[in-house]
Design a protein around this ligand. Structure first.
Ligand code: HEM
Ligand code: HEM
Length: 194
């Protein structure tokens, strides 16, 4: 029987590429759920709160390892916000010339690291509150509360940036964090960046 070859135009999969692997996506939505639960649902400091907090800590630890051994855009080396990358990105933004990119932008990566650092601090101070050495120590409780407010403020900024960047680049970034796929880079991106 003759072999049937589909024309290239019928290959719609070529239009998008895999960017966020399942570990990155699972990590993201696990920490979002954990933070929302601990900020607004569980009574502060009780068993469910501590358990959820430790799930977030476990997700963070997994993501740290995945940032070294994971897929291309999951690796810290792919997006680590070195001063040079940040300055180049801010300058391009300022001139309205930043091109759409597949992985994290330098400013996006800064936000990601800030969120991860604050969540690590929440895990640490939460754990300390349960130790004899820090039982009832006010500064530890205050710091935990301050970090909780910080994660809320940063998350609001982070979501606003995700919405603004989605509109600017004509791509639903939160949806990409669910499906893992983004539109392939092409000539059109140069148009957007102009
Ligand atoms: C996603 C991470 C976490 C978030 C967003 C979070 C958030 C909060 C918030 C908003 C409060 C109330 C603070 C206040 O009233 O001033 C609180 C209290 C508390 N949290 Fe967490 N928390 C997290 C992780 C943890 C962990 C991992 C533990 C312990 C293992 C923990 C233990 C506690 C305790 C014992 C309190 C009561 C402190 C007090 O009596 O004032 N938290 N947390
Ligand atoms: C507590 C709330 C949140 C926290 C702590 C958080 C944290 C993070 C972190 C750490 C990353 C980096 C992911 C990685 O590479 O592993 C990230 C990426 C991302 N988050 Fe969130 N996030 C939160 C809420 C949200 C929400 C509600 C949305 C959607 C509306 C969202 C949309 C995104 C998007 C689109 C990216 C990828 C950014 C890019 O394209 O470079 N996040 N977030």
């Amino acid at each position: 029987m003759a072999k049937v070859t589909l024309p290239a135009a019928a290959d719609t999969s070529a239009a998008t590429v895999k960017v966020w692997d399942p570990v990155v996506r699972l990590f993201h939505w696990t920490i979002v759920t954990g933070v929302v639960l601990n900020l607004w649902v569980f009574e502060h400091g009780k068993y469910a709160h501590r358990l959820t907090g430790y799930v977030v800590v476990a997700a963070l630890a997994t993501r740290l390892v995945w940032g070294i051994v994971g897929t291309r855009h999951a690796r810290f080396s792919d997006f680590f916000p070195t001063p040079r990358r940040v300055i180049t990105h801010v300058y391009a933004l300022w001139r309205g010339e930043d091109a759409r990119q597949l992985g994290h932008s330098a400013l996006g990566a800064l936000m990601m690291l800030a969120l991860m650092a604050v969540l690590t601090g929440l895990g640490l101070t939460g754990w300390m509150m349960g130790l004899d050495a820090f039982w009832g120590v006010k500064w530890v409780e205050d710091l935990h509360g301050l970090l909780a407010n910080s994660v809320m403020a940063l998350a609001i900024l982070h979501v606003a940036a995700a919405v603004i960047e989605s509109v600017r680049h004509g791509e639903n970034l939160p949806w990409a964090m669910i499906t893992g796929r983004k539109r392939a880079l092409g000539a059109h991106d140069a148009d957007i960046a102009d």
